[in-house]
Design a protein around this ligand. Structure first.
Ligand SMILES: [Mg+2]
Length: 386
C-alpha cells in the first residue's frame, strides 16, 4: 500500500494561516485583475463561487464582489513545502514529490517502526495539522494511480483507504477520463466505442481496445483493473546522468562527432530508463584542443527518457555549438532536472510518436542488456528522428 498526500488549497491556506482574520472568507492568490492576472489558487470559500485556479482574475472578482486578492508569495510557500517534506522523511526516505504540495510515499519498509501505511498516513496528517497548521487530504491504496484517486476522493480534509478487495468497486463507476492518459481526443474515441465508465473499459474486448488505441489500449485496460506498477521514485537520487568521452586524438569531423554523440546519448538514455528516471534538461559538453570547455543546455516542455527526443536536442546543440573544422578533445551529453513535475496528463492520442519511441527504446534496452551495449546502436543507420 502506498500513500498520496495532497494539501488542501495549499497557497490560500498558508495565507489564511498567516492572517487568521481572513479565515473562511473568499480568498485567492494570483495576479491583479487590472494587469490581466490569473488565479493561482483559491480557498474553498472562493471555490463556492465557481472560482478556480487558472481563471482570469478579472472574471474571479466579477463572480465574487468580496473576493480578497493576495499576491503570490512563492518563497513562503516553498519554505512550507520544505517543512512538509521534512515531515514525510521522518517516516520514509521513499518520498516522490509531484509539486510543492503533493507527494507519494512508500512506507512499506518502515512498517515495523511506524506501523502499516494507513496508520502512518494518519500520523502524517495529524503532524501536518499540529506542526504546520494546515490540512492535507490523504489516500492509501495498493499503487500510485489508486492512491492519487483516493486522496482526491473525499477532499478537503479527506482520508481514504482503498483496500485491495475494494479496488474494483471504487473504480468501476468512475468516468473513464479519470484514467491517466485519457484526454479529450482519447475520450472521443472511447465514447464512440460506447465506453463511458471505468467499468466499460474493464468489460471491453481487450484486443479491440488495442486495435483502436494502439499500445495505449493495454495501458487503459490495466488501469481499469486497478493495475499500476510504477514505483515511488525518491527525489535527488541523482542530480544528472551523463556520459562523456575523451578522444585519443582530437576530432575535427562533424559526422564522427555526431555518431559518437549518438552512442553517448543512447547510453545516457538507457541508464535513465534503468533508473526509472526522466529528465527535462539536456546539456552538451565540448572541450577543444586548447582545453577550453563549453556547455550548452536546452530544456524540454516535459520530462522524458526517450532516446529519440533527447537525441534530437543533443544533435541540435551540437549543430549550434560546433564550428566546422575545429578540433574537439572531449564530447559529453547529460540529462538533468528529474524534479518537480509528475507525469503530466498526456493524452494518448496526442503522443503517438512518443509511444512508438518508448517501444523502440524498450526493445533496444532489452537487446543491449542481453547482448552487451555494442549489440545494437542506431548510429547513422537508424536515426530515431526519421
Ligand atoms: Mg493540493
Amino acid at each position: 500500500m502506498l500513500i498520496h498526500v495532497d494539501m488542501d488549497a495549499f497557497y490560500a491556506s498558508i495565507e489564511e494561516r498567516e492572517n487568521p482574520a481572513l479565515r473562511g472568507r473568499p480568498l485567492v492568490v494570483g495576479g491583479r485583475p487590472e494587469q490581466r492576472g490569473v488565479v493561482s489558487a483559491a480557498n474553498y470559500a472562493a471555490r463556492a463561487y465557481g472560482i478556480h485556479s487558472a481563471m482570469p482574475m478579472a472574471r474571479a472578482v466579477r463572480l465574487c464582489r468580496d473576493l480578497i486578492v493576495l499576491p503570490v508569495r512563492m518563497s513562503m510557500y516553498a519554505s512550507v513545502s520544505r517543512q512538509l517534506r521534512d515531515i514525510f522523511h521522518r517516516y520514509t526516505p521513499l518520498v516522490e514529490p509531484l509539486s510543492l504540495d503533493e507527494a507519494f510515499l512508500d512506507t512499506r519498509a518502515s512498517t515495523r517502526l511506524h506501523g502499516p501505511p494507513a496508520q502512518v498516513a494518519r500520523a502524517i496528517r495529524e503532524t501536518i495539522g499540529n506542526e504546520l497548521g494546515l490540512i492535507a487530504s490523504v489516500g492509501v491504496a495498493p499503487n500510485k494511480f489508486l492512491a492519487k484517486l483516493a486522496s482526491d476522493h473525499d477532499k478537503p480534509d479527506g482520508f481514504t483507504v482503498i483496500e485491495p478487495h475494494d479496488v474494483q468497486d471504487f473504480l468501476d463507476p468512475m468516468p473513464v477520463q479519470r484514467l491517466w492518459g485519457v484526454g479529450a481526443a482519447t475520450l472521443t474515441r472511447l465514447n464512440a466505442m460506447d465506453i463511458h465508465t471505468v467499468r466499460d473499459v474493464r468489460l471491453s474486448d481487450a484486443s479491440r481496445l488495442q486495435q483502436v488505441m494502439g499500445s495505449g489500449g493495454s495501458h487503459l485496460y490495466r488501469l481499469a483493473h486497478g493495475e499500476d506498477d510504477r514505483p515511488v521514485r525518491p527525489e535527488h537520487e541523482s542530480k544528472s546522468i551523463s556520459h562523456e568521452t575523451t578522444f585519443a586524438e582530437d576530432v575535427d569531423d562533424r559526422e564522427i562527432l555526431e555518431s559518437v554523440l549518438m552512442g553517448l546519448t543512447e547510453s545516457v538514455c538507457q541508464r535513465l530508463r534503468e533508473a526509472g528516471l526522466e529528465g527535462r534538461t539536456i546539456t552538451l559538453k565540448l572541450r577543444d584542443a586548447a582545453f577550453r570547455t563549453t556547455t550548452a543546455s536546452r530544456s524540454l516542455p516535459a520530462r522524458t527518457c526517450a532516446t529519440g527526443t533527447i537525441w534530437r536536442v543533443a544533435r541540435t546543440l551540437l549543430a549550434e555549438r560546433y564550428r566546422t573544422g575545429s578540433a574537439v578533445r572531449l564530447l559529453g551529453i547529460g540529462v538533468s532536472r528529474f524534479d518537480a513535475v509528475y507525469l503530466e496528463q498526456v493524452d494518448l492520442f496526442q503522443a503517438p510518436a512518443t509511444q512508438k519511441e518508448a517501444r523502440v527504446d524498450e526493445l533496444t534496452d532489452r537487446i543491449r542488456s542481453r547482448f552487451g551495449r555494442g549489440a545494437i546502436g542506431r548510429g547513422t543507420r537508424l536515426r530515431p528522428d526519421r
